[in-house]
Design a protein around this ligand. Structure first.
Ligand code: ATP
Length: 320
């Protein structure tokens, strides 16, 4: 491997910059050239490629977002687009590529590997929904951001003796909702994995809590379930308890990464470069059973992840 490329793809996540920095600096330390591909696979197809040195990544370890920008690219889902991407890599001398993103981005990396470009994926998503790893870059920051915001909503909710429905990110995955549900002491948690949403059960829960003298009722709702505003209207009508919806939205994707996200992103970015330098391809970096590890992309994409039933049970017990 002479030249390593790096790109970020799919949804952005805090800590992606720390991963980019690690890739660039580890590659430079190993005597490789480094090219940054901006705007994910879209930028690759448009040859939006820049030379990078260890100085190009100064002062970014603490910054949210991604200095390389990110995008979704439908053209890259086609065989033609993938062939064009591999050709562009070859044209720029990129013989190793680190792809920081989610499962979709790995599928792109897998296709490039099949076309002769050595690729390694690094898990970057706030949703924690990548099966081969117990950690993804950005989750720790996002869940802490959401937790702090929910604490604030809870204060005012108690003062006004309201019920609050707080919608957090997670279109297909309830990890942020479940972790916040536990960390914020929510009375009810709604997640897409366990879709047994029963509004009457929530209404009864609110009414019985009021009778016990509870001053607030926090419901954490995952984005994948949605409809928080209409849910609030119906719950207020049924319970007579003033109910408000707060949708936290994109704030959860930004901000300075936590220590854990900076450190793990640095380790994972570095490991990706080590794998490329060792001649490996079609791999993804993960974290399992307390250790950094790597998997074949085909195996990683075939894995299934189940949210912990025990965590759900504990969350429920805390609210009883
Ligand atoms: P997140 O979960 O944060 O959204 P992601 O990487 O899963 O991240 P996607 O939008 O699924 O996000 O994928 C990012 C990009 O990867 C797509 O826009 C596309 O360019 C490429 N990609 C996705 N799936 C494939 C595929 N099957 N083959 C080739 N490229 C793909």
């Amino acid at each position: 491997i002479k030249t390593i490329g790096v790109l970020t793809s799919g949804g952005d996540a805090p800590g992606m910059n720390a991963a980019i920095r690690a890739v660039v600096r580890k590659a430079c330390a190993a005597g490789k050239n480094v090219k940054g591909i901006r705007r994910g696979y879209q930028g690759l197809l448009e040859e939006d490629i820049i030379d990078m040195s260890r100085h190009s990544v100064s002062d970014i370890v603490d910054k949210g977002g991604t200095i390389l920008f990110t995008a979704r690219c439908s053209e890259f889902r086609t065989e033609e687009g993938q062939k064009k991407g591999a050709e562009i890599c070859r044209k720029h001398g990129i013989d190793g590529l680190v792809v920081i993103g989610g499962d979709g981005s790995y599928a792109g990396a897998q296709k490039l590997a099949g076309l002769g470009i050595n690729t390694v994926g690094v898990p970057g998503t706030i949703d924690l929904d990548i099966a081969c790893t117990e950690y993804t870059i950005g989750f720790d920051t996002a869940v802490n951001t959401a937790m702090q915001a929910i604490d604030k909503v809870r204060d005012t909710s108690t003062s006004h003796e309201r019920c609050s429905i707080i919608e957090v990110m997670g279109r297909n995955a309830g990890y942020i909702a479940l972790w916040c549900g536990i960390a914020n002491g929510a009375e009810d948690i709604l997640i897409p994995e366990k879709y047994d949403y029963d509004e009457q059960k929530i209404i009864n829960h609110i009414i019985s809590n009021r009778k016990k003298g509870k001053k607030h009722h926090i419901i954490i709702n995952a984005e994948g379930i949605g409809h928080s505003t209409s849910m609030a209207r119906r719950i207020e009508a049924a319970t007579g308890v003033e109910t408000r919806a707060t949708i936290l939205g994109y704030m959860q994707r930004g901000g300075s990464p936590t220590c854990r996200d900076r450190v793990y992103a640095t380790m994972m970015g570095s490991m990706a470069v080590d794998l490329l330098c060792a001649g490996k391809s079609n791999r993804v970096v993960g974290f399992k059973h307390g250790e950094f590890c790597d998997f074949d992309i085909d195996d990683a994409l075939a894995m299934q992840k189940n949210i912990s039933n025990y965590m759900i049970e504990v969350a429920g017990d805390m609210a009883k």
